[in-house]
Design a protein around this ligand. Structure first.
Ligand SMILES: [Fe+2]
Length: 638
């Protein structure tokens, strides 16, 4: 009987460690034993953070353990009274564990403390972000698999833990609407959420915000429902409407004068960026009439669909999050994710929108990580629309309707992703949507739900591709997380398909019929560009410059934004359609100069330099011109 209990416990533990990409899943926190030792000390300072309104601060943790060992580690817990958390056993045979909550981050005591193994003394500098609760620091011996809790520090807190934080912009459902989503500790009974905004230097407007949240019961399994659970706070979204498009007309100070500036597109863009922006701040009105404010941020409204102006879009998948203090290092996540984020921040003045096509933060059921991710991307997402797609690490869970029945979401089954980020989807749980940015039309599919003919999603894809006026919006882009098109990574070679099984079989006819210029995918953690390809054949040779009529779609895998690239090697076979490969961290930038000229650049994350590029020159008559399988029948009558 006892052995059977152990077997059941091991099964539950194994089920709590899906994917392996989440560093916190390395800790068997449910195996913790209590062994508080008065001779062990740990303390953290300063006690109060964010006194000047900061939402991220460094904390110094000092500790002493008279019997140190190599695998002693420090866990950061929030709320601070973590051992008071109560959880039910997963089944009637199980005992509830001593600790029911995973830390939000951890580091080994010996990290940058060379003498720790001899002296038992050490200190760590850790970065904390404001995430609605106080913090404490716990010292464990026994390594990550048999943790023994030996000391707990004093409490550390932000001055206002409930403060509105980490705004994320997203395109609305209409061209003149921008949505702002943020997180706070205020539910709607405590305070009224809103955004104060207006053109820089002009009158201010107030827009109300809707509030969403979710609870442990919305999670589909462990660890999201067990040790990984942490309350997500309250997620507010405000819809700013009737915006003036970014460069055709602008709100000029208070006079609301609409005018046209004739100058070089880059100069014009710089001027517009500098002068003609909307500024905003997030607010909560408390019952006593006082108001709590965030910092002031700014953004530029999106262009009218079809507007001819300089437009620059960044695309990548699988970025994940990483910690600047070196904590949670696992599986080589650190260099890519932070490098990609920092390169985009550096180039932000030359970026209009970001598309992150799935595998967003790899929280994998450790919900605290969504805060950490939104904090990491705050400089980007608070300034330009940050549009996400759904990946396996957001959605997949057995028996919940996901197309794949694996454990990759760690029990989240899509709930945090669809709540923490706004998408202009008809149904945010389904995650497929269209969004226009000037001369671009983006059709974002969801590979974690069925896309084959006869499904709701297939109808959406055809509707999205067919409903765009290509004279005004010539640049038609398809995006999805898993590789529905082409990838020569060994994983898909083993599948025997060089694609996600059943991926392009039906979709390639749509891409060809509707003359999709580019299709982007993540999931595979590398970079690869094909020739213009149809039915696995290069329709034209790959090139650095394409001109004249559309021939076939160019497929791009750009899943190397941050997650470990270790398992994403390319096949050694010679693949005719595979034109350029890079086994490194990177992302893509598209620049539409006008309706005839598009620049594609692949940049590495570590230096931001361009390692692959091509241009497309195409007039409208070229878009109309027929190629293989993409023109309707004609009659000989005249
Ligand atoms: Fe993935």
């Amino acid at each position: 009987m006892r052995l059977w209990l152990v077997v059941i416990w091991l099964f539950v533990c194994a089920a709590a460690l899906p994917g392996g990409e989440q560093p916190l899943s390395r800790i068997a926190i449910e195996n913790t034993t209590l062994a508080i030792d008065d001779s062990v000390h740990i303390k953290a300072s300063p006690l109060v953070l964010g006194l000047k309104g900061e939402n991220s601060e460094w904390v110094e943790v000092e500790f002493f353990h008279p019997n140190p060992s190599d695998d002693d580690w420090i866990g950061v817990f929030s709320p601070a009274n973590f051992s008071g958390a109560i959880c039910d056993p997963e089944n009637e045979w199980q005992q509830p564990p001593v600790l029911c909550t995973a830390p939000i981050k951890y580091q080994f005591a010996k990290f940058k403390n060379d003498g720790y193994n001899r002296s038992g003394k050490g200190n760590l500098k850790l970065q904390l972000i404001n995430q609605r609760e106080d913090f404490s620091f716990a010292l464990f011996s026994g390594g990550l698999l048999k943790p023994k809790l030996i000391a707990v520090s004093n409490m550390v807190t932000f001055a206002n833990p409930k403060a509105p934080v980490y705004p994320r912009l997203a395109q609305g459902k209409s061209w003149d609407e921008m949505t702002i989503t943020w997180t706070s500790g205020y539910n709607i009974k405590e305070a009224v959420p809103f955004v104060e905004w207006g053109a820089k230097g002009g009158p201010r407007f107030l827009s109300p915000a809707g509030t969403l949240s979710f609870n442990r019961n919305s999670m589909c399994g462990a660890p999201a429902r067990t040790v990984g659970w942490r309350h997500p706070g309250y997620i507010h979204t405000s819809f700013l409407k009737d915006l003036w498009p970014d460069s055709k007309c602008v709100v000029y100070l208070v006079s609301l004068t609409c005018f046209e500036i004739v100058m070089h597109p880059a100069t014009k863009k710089w001027l517009l960026n500098f002068f003609f922006r909307y500024t905003y701040r997030l607010g909560h009105r408390l019952p006593n009439g006082t108001q709590v404010w965030s910092k002031i941020y700014s953004f530029k409204a999106s262009p009218y669909p079809g507007q001819d102006s300089l437009q620059q879009i960044v695309i990548f998948g699988d970025m994940g999050k990483a910690e600047a203090d070196g904590s949670n290092e696992f599986n080589d996540f650190q260099p890519g994710s932070l490098n990609t984020t920092n390169q985009i921040i550096r180039d932000l003045k030359n970026i209009d929108m970001v598309l992150h096509i799935g595998d967003i933060c790899y929280a994998n059921g450790y919900l605290s990580q969504w805060d950490q991710f939104t904090s990491q991307i705050e400089p980007i997402a608070s300034t330009v629309p940050y549009m996400i797609g759904s990946g396996n690490h957001e959605r997949d869970w057995p028996g919940t309707g996901s197309f794949y029945g694996n454990l990759d979401s760690g029990g989240e089954c899509g709930v945090p992703a669809q709540t923490v980020f706004y998408t202009p989807a008809e149904n945010r749980a389904k995650f497929w949507y269209a969004t226009d940015y000037g001369m671009f039309r983006f059709c974002i599919a969801n590979t974690e739900e069925d896309w084959r003919p006869g499904t709701e999603q297939y109808k959406f894809i055809e509707q999205c591709l067919s409903s765009v006026d290509r004279q005004k919006q010539p640049w038609l882009i398809f995006l999805a997380h898993r590789v529905l098109g082409y990838s020569s990574c060994t994983y898909y070679e083993t599948e025997g398909t060089f694609e996600e099984p059943m991926g392009r079989e039906a979709l390639q006819e749509l891409w060809q019929k509707y003359k999709v210029d580019l299709a982007f995918y993540g999931h595979v953690h590398n970079y690869e560009r094909t020739c213009p390809v149809y039915q696995s054949q290069c329709v034209v040779d790959a090139s650095d410059h394409y001109s004249g009529p559309f021939k076939a779609t160019t497929h791009v895998v750009v899943g190397g934004a941050g997650a470990s690239i270790a398992d994403s090697a390319f096949t050694t076979s010679n693949i005719q359609w595979s034109h350029f490969r890079d086994f490194d961290f990177g992302f893509v930038k598209l620049t539409a100069f006008n309706q005839s000229s598009l620049l594609f650049e692949y940049k590495k994350s570590h230096d931001g330099n361009v390692y692959d590029h091509f241009t497309i020159s195409r007039d409208y008559r070229d878009v109309l011109a027929c190629s293989i399988d993409n023109c309707p029948r004609t009659t000989l009558a005249s």
